[in-house]
Design a protein. Structure first.
Length: 462
């Protein structure tokens, strides 16, 4: 029963300042004059960078959706972009005659240096976890390792017979994995450049390491997604559902979900444990070329070959919460209101906003009804109290790495998953939030004059 209490507090925090439509797309970033090939979140989650066929890189503020800066310098299309782990630098790779890699200072927008060595398109870039190295995958069939501090090429990794489409570092920085048209996934030792493993034999367009380093996910020209066990070389999951090439894949920060972008114009969310699709995000009118999770796992950014509206920001947290706790929002599934409606389903923006407001209101009403039916021991204590309720709530230190909170209510303890921002707000507003939560759950609370909530051993590092 305690889980229902804690789920309520999490959802209540979300609804307290519900500043975006409870649906799919929350913002479209416009400004590029051609389609977008690559997108990435900054390590702090505040910005998005995009590389385009218009030869530029743009930096965006995701809160406002406004362009902060445009980086000029490439003579050809920008095919790949990446943030350094500390967020201070950007790396970008271009195509054809301009097959160069450039490093940029994010704060000033100035080019730091140009890395020259590849003979053809630079399709993919990845910084090592410590930020010392940069890996690049190219149409010249090679992977190169570069020293970020000097711009010097350290070594060239070979073994692919055709274009290298994607590269990624393992979380410990010891390995680089690469995906190609041919002899498709190669695993290399960074220190020696030796290729130690080949996974599968399918054409690979994109890949990523899991946060724990145990798995590699790859997107294929055969419309599917494969999950590979690095230790055994075995494919342990085959995710199907896209109707065209899967051009981009990424792991969620907690490693439990995958997001994929496809030439079928859609984005899909997948549960790794089951291999099942959670949600399909629609809105792009052309092929989706790049997808990425935000560092907190609540948002996805996507780039596409759609003219004019080629970068979209999606709020995926509700989908994941609904998937993890289907009983909490079960009653919502029968609603006639489309909680996940998109702008293109309505004739005017006013109608779209009106429907979203109705959906949000309905969601809150249904949540209240659901929780009213699930009153727990806390609610019974309130009902028994004439004027005052004393509730002991203990919050342990927040585990920021795993995004976990240990909360004790009375004599029952539960560990819950909660993002860093919600954890901070829960701590800073702990008394008022808990009081408001109890008030929303208890219609007759007006007859109670005092709410005394005692916080024991409050958290200090949110």
């Amino acid at each position: 029963m305690i889980t229902k209490k804690l789920i309520f507090f999490l959802l209540f925090i979300k609804f307290l300042d519900f500043n975006c439509a409870y649906g799919q797309e929350i913002r479209t970033l416009t400004g590029h004059e051609h389609w977008v090939n690559s997108v990435a979140f900054s390590p702090d989650g505040q910005y998005v960078v995009s590389g385009s066929e218009d030869n530029t890189i743009k930096l965006w503020d995701i809160t406002t959706g406004k362009e902060i800066y445009t980086f000029h310098g490439h003579e050809e299309s920008v095919l790949s972009v990446a943030f350094s782990p500390d967020g201070q630098y950007l790396a970008s790779g271009s195509e054809f005659m301009g097959n160069t890699i450039k490093l940029w200072d994010v704060a000033t927008g100035k080019e730091i240096r140009t890395l020259i060595g590849h003979e053809y398109d630079v399709n993919s870039l990845a910084f090592s976890p410590d930020g010392q190295y940069l890996a690049s995958g190219s149409r010249d069939n090679t992977i190169k390792l570069w020293a970020v501090a000097t711009g010097n090429e350290i070594r060239t990794l070979t073994g692919h017979g055709r274009t290298v489409n994607s590269v990624a570092f393992s979380p410990d920085g010891k390995y680089v994995v690469s995906g190609s048209y041919y002899n498709n996934i190669g695993l290399y030792v960074v220190a020696t450049g030796k290729k130690i493993r080949t996974l599968g034999r399918r054409y690979v367009s994109s890949l990523a390491f899991s946060p724990d380093g145990k798995y590699v996910v790859s997107g294929s020209y055969h419309n599917n997604i494969s999950l590979w066990d690095v230790a055994t070389d075995n494919r342990i999951k085959n995710l199907t559902g896209h109707e065209d090439k899967v051009w981009s894949v990424a792991f969620s920060p907690n490693g439990q979900y995958i997001v994929s972008g496809s030439y079928d114009n859609t984005i899909k969310l997948w549960d790794i444990s089951t291999g099942k699709e959670i949600r399909t995000l629609t809105g792009h009118k052309s092929r989706v070329t790049s997808v990425a999770f935000s560092p907190d796992g609540q948002y996805v950014v996507s780039g596409s070959h759609e003219w004019g509206n080629n970068i979209k920001l999606w709020y995926v947290y509700p989908f994941i919460m609904e998937h993890k706790n289907p009983d909490v929002l079960d009653s919502i599934k029968s609603t006639r209101l489309d909680l996940f409606a998109t702008r293109d389903q309505f004739e005017t923006t006013e109608e779209y906003k009106d429907r979203q407001q109705q959906a949000e209101k309905y969601l809150k009403e249904q949540l209240t009804i659901y929780l009213e039916k699930k009153r727990t021991e806390i609610m019974r204590k309130i009902a028994e109290s004439r004027r005052e309720i004393e509730l002991d709530v203990e919050l342990d230190n927040y585990d920021a790495d795993n995004q976990l909170y240990r909360i004790t209510v009375g004599d029952i303890t539960e560990i819950i998953s909660i993002d860093r921002e919600s954890a901070r707000r829960l701590y800073e507003n702990r008394h008022s939030l808990l009081a408001k939560g109890i008030e929303q759950l208890t219609p007759d609370l007006e007859s109670k004059e005092v709410i005394n909530i005692r916080i024991i051993n409050p958290v200090t590092n949110t």
